[in-house]
Design a protein around this ligand. Sequence first.
Ligand code: WQD
Length: 333
Amino acid sequence: MKILVTGGAGYIGSHTCVELLNAGFELVVIDDFSNSKPTVIEKIKTITGKDFSFYEMDYLNRSLLEKIFKENEIGAVINFAGYKAVGESVEKPIDYYINNVSGALVLLDTMKKYGVKKFVFSSSATVYGEPKKIPLTEDCHVGETTNPYGTTKLFIEQILKDIYRSDSTWDIAILRYFNPVGAHESGLIGEDPEGIPNNLMPYITKVASHELEKLSIFGNDYDTKDGTGVRDYIHVVDLAKGHVLALNKLDKEEKGLFVYNLGTGKGYSVLDIVKTYEKVNNVEIPYQITERRKGDIAIYYADPTKAKEELGFVASKTLDDMCQDAYRFASKK
Ligand code: WQD
């Protein structure tokens, strides 16, 4: 039985493919390279020494998707495909709803047609909207998402709950990511956004490698220890390993729909990240304090207890690892 990985050439998808191959799974990977590069496929093979089927395609293409299910014995699907830039989603909501929500529906409908009912979904802590309490647990209120990207994740989670309610023979794991950062220790794969990064870690990395002049810290007047925003940064390799654990649970245990936070349970401020990055990489990160970014929230971090108890998931990599691995990838590009 093979695992179909959509968006497998992307940042989190590629790291998860490495861990799945290392765990002995056979993969079928699809990607349209709208936010990734063809070289990533070869790098996954180099890192693991393993081969797998790859199709360059848009997962919205139903006939091509059916061809994959006809030609391969698919046992489960992990869905990473989707646009993920918060700011872009505000400007292009239709593109985001078509690609993320319609894409998921075409995928799920095709799975149903071919009797494949094990599904792991790449969701996001963004579904919690403005947190009512911190740290965030999976039973916290979801909704009032502040951008179309987050709303697509919320909609797909609801679609999955409705599917499970209609047919409890589905096995579904919804994984809510906090802030994925870092790169594989080989430096061969990592976060490689086009243009000016929206997110903190890739922006800092471009400042460190002198591609950008200085970091703008969006506000230092939040109610946090140093006034800058606090987030739950999780190493992308820890996050990838969480997917293997989720897949094993769907494979081996009772049927159901499961929701897990994938975070470390620790919150770090923007200044913590800057200082750690400078220390471990022996670089300077010039910065200026600017206005708050619209829609930003002061503090966001996970209570990872449920994933630990039910999946055996514990993020092991440190902030030093995250900063070191991010910089190594950028230096090797
Ligand atoms: C982190 C902190 C900023 C950039 C987003 C998405 C979320 C998920 C992760 C996909 C905040 C500050 C940032 C900069 C800064 N993506 N910052 N200067 O906003 O927590 O989450 O990415 O799933 O869905 O919402 O991440 O890295 O953009 O910001 O000061 O140039 O860094 O204010 O406090 P965020 P981020």
